[in-house]
Write a protein that binds this ligand. Structure first.
Ligand code: ADP
Length: 161
C-alpha cells in the first residue's frame, strides 16, 4: 500500500491544488491531504474550515482513496506516523523551485526513506495560488474558474462578515 501526504496551507484549496491531488490519486493507493496548522501568516480560514472545505470536495468528487487531516509539527514525523513514503508537492514555475528544492532536501535529510514527488498542474493553473484567490475575493473579482463552488460560497460568506 503506497501512501502519500499532500501537505499545504490550503487557505483556501484552489483548482490548482485539486489538479495536483487528482494526479496523485492515480499514482498512489492512498493520498492524505495534510492541512498545516502552523503558518507564518494568520490564515483567512481556520484549520477546521480548511479541513471541512477539502472534505466536502473529496465527497463531491467521489475520491475513493483520499482523506484529509490536519497536523502541527514536523512533516516527516507525521508522514512516518501515517506510514506514508511520499510527500506530494506541486511545481508551478521556476519561482517555486528554490523553496521546494530546499524543503525536499531538508526533509530527505530528516527522513531519507520518504521521497518528495513533484507534480505539475495543467498550464491554466500555473499562475494560481491561494493568496491571489483571497485578494480577488476581497476585491470582489471573478474567481469562479479558480475555486470549487463550495469554496466560492465560503469566500463570499467570509468577506460579507
Ligand atoms: P504551502 O504554504 O505549503 O506552500 P500551499 O497551500 O500554498 O501551501 O500549497 C501547497 C502545495 O500545493 C504546494 O506544493 C504548492 O506548490 C502547490 N500548489 C499551490 N497552488 C498550486 C497550483 N495552482 N498548481 C499546482 N500546485 C499548486
Amino acid at each position: 500500500m503506497k501512501i502519500a501526504l499532500y501537505p499545504g496551507t490550503f487557505d483556501p484549496i484552489t483548482n490548482g491544488h485539486i489538479d495536483i491531488l487528482e494526479r496523485a490519486t492515480h499514482l498512489f493507493d492512498k493520498v492524505i491531504v495534510t492541512v498545516a496548522v502552523n503558518s507564518s501568516k494568520t490564515p483567512m480560514f481556520s484549520t477546521k474550515e480548511r479541513v471541512d472545505l477539502i472534505q466536502t470536495i473529496i465527497q463531491q468528487k467521489r475520491y475513493k482513496n483520499v482523506s484529509v487531516e490536519h497536523f502541527e509539527g514536523l512533516l516527516v514525523s507525521f508522514a512516518k506516523k501515517k506510514n506514508a513514503t511520499a510527500i506530494i508537492r506541486g511545481l508551478r514555475a521556476i519561482s517555486d523551485f528554490e523553496y521546494e528544492f530546499q524543503m525536499a532536501l531538508i526533509n530527505r535529510k530528516q527522513a531519507g526513506e520518504i521521497a518528495t514527488v513533484f507534480l505539475m498542474p495543467h498550464e491554466k493553473y500555473t499562475y494560481l495560488n491561494s493568496s491571489i484567490v483571497r485578494e480577488l475575493a476581497l476585491l470582489n473579482g471573478n474567481i469562479k474558474d479558480f475555486v470549487h463552488p463550495v469554496v466560492l460560497r465560503a469566500l463570499k460568506k467570509k468577506i460579507s462578515h
